[in-house]
Design a protein around this ligand. Structure first.
Ligand SMILES: [Zn+2]
Length: 138
């Protein structure tokens, strides 16, 4: 995990992109090739638990846990991605690599409404009882 300073956060836009899934809708939009590439600016990445995720990323109605979000700097070529810890992702059937790919695509300009997305299913088997956000590890 990399620490970020308050100054960095202030430079970031408030508009956050997101990746989320709760088992009720077990798919995630995956970017097209235009945005699915390495980020060429300064990428700052942090991993957080559910509580800090709730403060750093938007909460979406109907989704018990946000898996990740990105914040693009408005003054220079920096992007912050926030991804929830593996035990949450894996319990819901997702992997860190897929959520990271999704968020980096937002850093590359993929709009938050996910135009031209391919919907993908989780590659892992979701944990029983975590499907509706109940019984998910914290
Ligand atoms: Zn997204």
């Amino acid at each position: 995990m990399r620490a970020i300073s308050a100054a960095v956060l202030i430079l970031l836009t408030a508009a956050a992109a997101h990746a989320q899934q709760n088992g009720l809708f077990p798919v995630m939009p995956s970017p097209g090739s235009e945005y699915d590439k390495p980020y060429t600016g300064t990428l700052i990445e942090i991993r957080v638990g559910v509580d800090l995720m709730g403060r750093l990323c938007p909460k979406f109605h109907g989704y018990p846990v946000t898996f990740g979000c990105s914040h693009q700097s408005i003054v220079d070529d920096q992007c912050l991605i926030v991804i929830v810890e593996d035990k949450i992702l894996n319990a819901a059937g997702w992997t860190y690599e897929l959520i990271r790919q999704h968020e980096i695509s937002h850093c590359n300009g993929w709009p938050a409404d996910h135009p031209d997305a391919r919907m993908m299913a989780p590659p892992l088997r979701p944990a029983i009882g975590c499907i509706a956000g109940i019984g998910c590890p914290r």
